[in-house]
Every structure is written in C-alpha cells, then in structure tokens.
Design a protein around this ligand. Structure first.
Ligand code: IFM
Length: 456
C-alpha cells in the first residue's frame, strides 16, 4: 500500500459557469461566457451554461455526493456576476446567499471549502470598459474579493484568487478560443498582466481583511518539450515554456518577469501596459500554490504558427501531434510530466506548499444497459498521476493535497457538453447524477488513505 500523509487533503473541484446553470436566476447578471457562447460557432453545438448541471438548485444533492465520496475539501468558484451583476458597486445579496448555503452544507459534512474567486466568468458590464484590457478591472476584482470575504469569511478561510490566468489571457485573447474570443497577441500579454495585477490586489485585500486566511492562486502548468533534438525545437520549447509556465509563476514568486517573457511582451507592443510598482503588487506573498496539470506539449520551431494557437509572439512555433494514448480532449496522457513539474516547482517556488487543484481526464463515458458507467481509463489516469504525487511526497516535495477535476460532468467551455470529466455522470436532460466506477475507486483511495500497490 502506498500511504499518503494522514493530513493529506483529498478533494474534488468544479467551477461556477460549468455547473451552476440558473443564468438568469436570483439576480445574476450576464458573464462574458453567456454572450460568447451565443456567438455562432464559438461553442460546439451552440451549447451554453444556461442550465449546465443545475447545481444552483441541486447543490444539496451534489454536496451529498461529496459526502459519499469522502473528500475532505471541495474547490468551487464564485460567479462574479452572481455577486456583483455590474462588476462593481452594490452586491446582490441573493447571489451571496447561495454561496453561503453551499458553504454551510459543506461544513455540515465536515468538508473544507476552497473558494476560487475567478474562473473566467467576467461580468459583461466590465467588458464595456475593456474587460481585462483595462487596469481598472484589477481594482474591481479586489473590491469583489473583499465583498465575498465580508459575507463568507467567517466560514471560508481558504481562497484562490484566479483559476488558470494563462487560459483567460492566452486562450481568450490570442487564440480566440475562450471568451471574449480575441486574436491579438498584444492583448493577450496585456490581459495576462492585468490578471496578475488583479491577483496581487485581491491577495492584499484579503490579507488586510483576514490575516489568518490562506490565500493562493491556481496556475495551469504543462510539460513543454522540444519535438526533437533540433536547436530550433529547443528554442521554441524555451519560449513556449516561458509563456505557459514561467510568465505567471515567476512574477508571483520573485516579483519579476523572466527575460524571455519581457522580450515577447516587448515584441508584441504590450510593455506600455506596465506601471511602476506593478510587479511589487503582483509579488504579494501567497500561502500556497494551486497546480493544475493535464498534459504535455511537444513543440516544433521553424514552423508556421497554427490557426487558433495561443502561443502569442511565437509565430514560428507549431505543436507536434500528441503521442498516444490521448484523452477525449486529444491530450497526451503523460503522468511522469506531473512528477517532473512537481520537482521543478519545488526548486523554483521554494517553501511554497503545493496543492494539485486540478487533475483529471475526459473520456466518452456512457451508461450501459445496467445503468453502470464503466470508466477504467479514468481510473488508470488518476491512479498513475496519484502515484507521481506519492513519489514526489516521498522525495520530500511539499504536496499537501489533490483535487480531481471534476466532481460532475459539466460544460467544457468551447467543447460544450461533449467532454465528460466527471467522477459523476450527469444525464443532462433528466439531470440525474450517477457515480461512475472512478467515483467508487476514488472513494476507496480516500477511505484507505492511499493506493494499493497494484490498484489498476
Ligand atoms: O474544465 C477545465 C477547467 O475549467 C479548467 N481547467 C481545465 C479543465 C479541463 O479542460
């Protein structure tokens, strides 16, 4: 048996737009994902988050599932437009009531809430002022964080500011694949800088309001490797690694952007977005780092950038087709990349406790005639990644917890409902929830505190 430390945090994660639905209920305002999803061709099949998993109405059942699973923590996000429909000014009490009830329900099961303040659903009124292209959005975000703390801070002491700012800047502003669907490299760097600023301002605001709270950020990292030994590929991998992995971590940990990032920002004309003192704010100390890991990228230099590529400033870089096996998203399954990443973070972010805030896989699950959802590929995926976490802990790396993405099948952004990441299968028309085999497997792992030597 491979035992994890007794105080290891076992969790599952979701986000507001992906599960809540109730898009026009309880005073919630529109988010940029509501409008983006309505633009023709943006989301597969024209799916939207209007109903999603109807978690807004069914949260007691979903918290019951978390209780059955036996997790010790649950990571969810707060919808900014549910709390502040205009993105500024008065709060919508009914919106905060919802999160307050959710927190109470979790605590009744002894489940610790880990709250993400921003998982990509910016209030539409802020987009009229430029959205993340406006510095003002960073200040608005700190006000919103303060409002969330004022209502929930008596019970929530664990916060992450942003989820995966790389996605909400590079996928959203360079690749055009996420809201607001822009394809402008300069804007991607500006949006990223303003999101980092928002993180720093919100961290400072939460610190002032709750010195005892644990505040961090969730970043997505990928294992970026050159497709060959060729020097052009190695150079391409260095630049992609800089914007995927280093651009967000280093200013937070060291208060500086890496030179490779500064060069790419300069070349794209984004440097004028900086003001003196910005990096000091971004570098506000955090208490832990949330790590999301899914796959690796093999990159080729000396190639034409592919349409929809998020790699701003890297016009001579393409991605090699993934090696097999892949998940339903077409992402290469590469568990050892997680081990490599954890060792790297241990080196580059010394002293910062690490939590895997997302790891998981989509596969084409279905209910068989007996009503069971057999998902051995997901069990294999989770098992292999957890083994990497276990090995990292044994090597002295301070990994304190692991959250599966996701508790429920849900709205997978531009892929709509076509990709199922859940431990729980959601039959969308009936909203019936059915635990998959992986749910029971994970429940066993949690109950036994570790992995069987040959659990797959
Ligand atoms: O569904 C997303 C989530 O919103 C952010 N991290 C990656 C997941 C899978 O793509």
């Amino acid at each position: 048996m491979r035992h994890f430390p007794a105080d290891f945090t076992w969790g599952a994660a979701t986000s507001a737009y992906q599960i809540e639905g109730a898009a026009r209920t309880g005073g919630r305002g529109p988010s940029i994902w509501d409008t983006f999803a309505r633009e023709p061709g943006r989301v597969l099949h024209g799916d939207t988050g209007d109903i999603a998993c109807d978690h807004y109405h069914r949260f007691p059942e979903d918290v019951g599932l978390l209780g059955q699973l036996g997790v010790t923590a649950y990571r969810f996000s707060i919808s900014w437009p549910r709390v502040q429909p205009d993105g500024r000014g008065p709060v919508n009490t009914e919106g905060l009531d919802f999160y307050s009830s959710l927190v109470d329900a979790l605590l009744e099961y002894g489940i610790t809430p880990l709250v993400t303040l921003y998982h990509w659903d910016l209030p539409v009124p802020l987009s009229y002022d430029g959205g993340w292209l406006s510095r003002n959005t960073a200040g608005r975000f700190a006000d919103y964080a303060t409002a969330c703390h004022e209502r929930l801070g008596d019970r929530v002491t664990w916060w992450t500011t942003l989820n995966e700012p790389w996605c909400s800047s590079f996928l959203a502003y360079a690749a055009g694949r996420h809201a607001p669907g822009r394809t402008n490299d300069r804007e991607a760097f500006v949006a990223a800088h303003h999101q980092l600023l928002a993180h720093g301002r919100a961290t400072g605001a939460l610190r002032d309001a709750a010195p005892e709270a644990a505040v961090g950020i969730t970043l997505n990292f990928a294992d970026v490797v050159p497709a060959s030994d060729d020097e052009a590929d190695a150079d391409a991998a260095r630049r992609v690694d800089a914007i995927m992995n280093r651009m967000f971590l280093e200013p937070i940990v060291t208060g500086e952007y890496p030179d490779e990032v500064l060069d790419l920002m300069d070349a794209s004309g984004a440097s004028d977005a900086f003001a003196d003192g910005d990096l000091h704010i971004v570098g506000e100390p955090i208490d832990f780092l949330g790590v999301n890991y899914y796959t690796r990228h093999r990159v080729l230099g000396g190639s034409d950038r592919q349409p929809g590529s998020p790699w701003a400033g890297c016009d001579d870089v393409a991605e090699e087709a993934p090696a097999h096996p892949v998940t339903g998203m077409g992402w290469e399954i590469c568990p050892d990349g997680l081990g490599v990443l954890l060792a790297r973070l241990h080196r580059d972010a010394p002293g910062l406790p690490l939590y895997i805030t997302e790891n998981g896989a989509a596969f084409p699950d279905y209910a068989n005639p007996e009503g069971e959802i057999r998902d051995p590929a997901r069990v294999g995926f989770l098992d292999a990644h957890l083994r990497e976490v276990h090995a990292a802990i044994n090597d002295g790396i301070d990994v304190r917890g692991y959250f599966v993405w996701s508790l429920l099948d849900n709205f997978e952004w531009a892929e709509g409902y076509s990709q199922r990441f859940g431990l729980v299968y959601v039959d969308y028309p009936s909203q019936q929830r059915r635990p998959k085999d992986s749910f029971w497997w994970y429940a066993d792992v949690i109950a036994s505190g570790g992995l069987l030597d040959r659990s797959v």
